[in-house]
Design a protein around this ligand. Structure first.
Ligand code: ATP
Length: 349
């Protein structure tokens, strides 16, 4: 049982707040992803769980123990970093075995455990090689195997895929997901890549400037972003966010009019996702503007117009063709719109 409880933890250096009042219970066996832009406090939060950074305030519990005062080695966590941290002079077998030696695990079990961990990350044929003789993806798998071999209560992973090329990232990501399913170990995973977060997480924590913005399943965060920051951080392209004003249920912005909204009068930010709106069959629509750019994505076509200075993207059928400058119109039904507070960016509907 390795539930992790973070009770109002903060990290300050002098007057600078790296992490502010982070309060969350991570369930036993949950795959939790900390997501946010560079400098938002993800790594610091993870390092506090690991014991590599002392929390200025708050309590950290792993299982039934309060671990604030425990050394990293006594917390029963295994870490995987983006820089694999392998020993160059040891071969793959000895690198994977290393934590068993350090922790004085029964030597009679080493061979079986090393081979099992290597098998799980498909490294059985590489056990005799040194790290320098491996590709980046293989090195990261050695680092994963070295974490697995210890059978820790908690895995902490800090951007483990960021040194890999795009294709390897996708395959290693799938492997991590599969491993986590198989091993059923509570995992905290740090990334700034929203696709990694969406594909791996049971729940995602979106952070900005040390402050948690939203905690939820990938679907909750995508469908009901708590504010404009989350709305624009999750999804590719980012959610269209338009400034305007509501009067009697009709939103009016630059080149945009959406009626049928159930909201009070006043300034507001209207949001909708590129795939939720449609290209209008007629020259009239909620948005009408000249085409700014057209991008062929293979499975779809992305159209972008400039509506009164703001770029608005719509995902259209893959067969759709148009020329830059052509007039295009989009239908944006009220039902697909998100409304956010004009000043705070907080969700209104
Ligand atoms: P990245 O994705 O770039 O790794 P991050 O979200 O993991 O970013 P952190 O490494 O947690 O961010 O850093 C959070 C903030 O705390 C940053 O502004 C960083 O500069 C600051 N910070 C980190 N370590 C220290 C330190 N030892 N002293 C002072 N400030 C620090």
């Amino acid at each position: 049982m390795a539930e992790i409880q973070l009770k109002n933890i903060s990290k300050r250096w002098g007057s600078f707040v790296g992490v502010d009042n982070f309060d969350l219970t991570i369930a036993d066996r949950e795959f939790l992803v900390l997501l946010g832009p560079s400098g938002c406090g993800k790594t610091t939060t993870m390092r506090m769980i690991a014991g590599l950074e002392e929390a200025t305030e708050g309590e950290i519990h792993i299982g039934d123990r309060m671990v604030n005062d425990l050394d990293p080695k006594d917390r029963d966590v295994a870490m995987v970093f983006q820089s694999y941290g392998l020993y160059p002079h040891l071969n793959v077998y000895e690198n994977i075995r290393f934590p068993l030696k350090v922790r004085k695990a029964d030597p009679a079990t080493h061979d079986e455990r090393v081979r099992k961990a290597a098998e799980m990350v498909e490294l059985t044929d590489f056990l005799h090689r040194k790290p320098a003789e491996l590709s980046g993806g293989q090195r990261q798998r050695v680092a994963l195997a070295r974490a697995i071999v210890r059978k820790p209560s908690v895995f902490l992973m800090d951007e483990p895929l960021s040194n890999l090329d795009a294709k390897l990232r996708v395959s290693t990501r799938a492997q991590i997901k599969n491993l986590s399913h198989e091993l059923q170990v509570t995992t905290v995973y740090v990334t700034h890549d929203q696709i990694e977060a969406m594909t791996l997480a049971d729940r995602v924590v979106v952070m900005k400037a040390g402050v948690v913005q939203q905690v939820g399943t990938p679907t909750e965060i995508y469908d009901n972003p708590a504010n404009t920051f989350v709305a624009s951080f999750i999804g590719s392209p980012a959610m269209n966010l338009l400034d305007g004003e509501i009067l009697n249920g009709t939103f009016t912005g630059k080149n945009v009019t959406v009626s049928g909204l159930n909201a009070p009068n006043g300034p507001v930010i209207l949001g909708f996702r590129a795939e939720d709106a449609t290209v209008s069959e007629t020259p009239a629509g909620e948005i009408a503007a000249p085409l700014y750019t057209i991008e062929l994505l293979g499975d779809a076509t992305m159209l972008t117009v400039r509506a009164g200075g703001q770029l608005v993207s719509i995902k259209a059928h893959k067969e759709l063709r148009a020329q830059i400058g052509d007039p295009v119109a989009f239908n944006v039904p009220a039902a697909i719109c998100h409304l956010f507070d004009h000043e705070t960016g907080g969700r209104l509907n």
